[in-house]
Design a protein around this ligand. Sequence first.
Ligand code: T5A
Length: 215
Amino acid sequence: MTAIPPDKGLLITVEGVEGAGKTTALNALAEHLTARGRAPLVTREPGGTSLGEAVRGVLLDHSGDAMCGEAETLLIFAARAEHLDKVVRPALARGEWVLCDRFTDATYAYQGAGRRLGNDRIAVLEDWVQGSLRPDLTLVLDLPVTQGRARAGARSDPDRFEREQDTFFERVRQNYLERAAADPERMRVIDASADAATVCQALRAVLDDWVKARS
Ligand code: T5A
């Protein structure tokens, strides 16, 4: 295991099905890192730039015609290319730690598995848009689909993804778990079914252990 040089930028991503508690987790992790003198740049996908936020609006909007999976995937990678160019790569080059709410593992899970486009086509776009850039650490918040949907379901107007069937989200969840099992060094699965305080405590512990192992 290679030690992290003190001035190295790091990309840490948080993933999970709908209502897994990513936003809650990100806030807790940002606070935790800030208290340790490592205030991260917090951002999200799709989004993080003006173009990315506009694309996010298109992706989440449920009022238009149904969008095909290929168009959806290309829009996500267009937003990602802009995000990497304008926000993520410059921050990493400055030696900052970037905490990102979803990244390409979400594309494998939602478009590759959920939309059934398969991993291979996502991998081609990942290589093209990202080159060799991959997250250093990915925290996957895992919980049963029905529990996550119950948490997110309090919203009055579900977005285009939230309108999908449970079977779609089961494929999403399965893909996250399979990818994490195949890459345990980078991807850590956290049981997100407990109360928020317990989940945040578990996340802080995983992050601290991960950093400590590389110091
Ligand atoms: N997408 C994204 C793709 O399809 N492909 C991609 O490549 C990418 C990058 C938007 C959508 O984009 C899709 C996937 C998404 O559908 P998003 O905004 O990250 O992405 O998606 P959401 O999952 O919809 O984000 P949410 O804000 O709904 O969920 P969070 O952030 O996981 O959950 P959070 O923290 O807002 O919590 C939800 C509710 O649960 C409570 C919170 O207080 C809140 O009310 N809560 C808990 N309750 C009990 N116990 C806990 N442990 C709790 N943690 C949080």
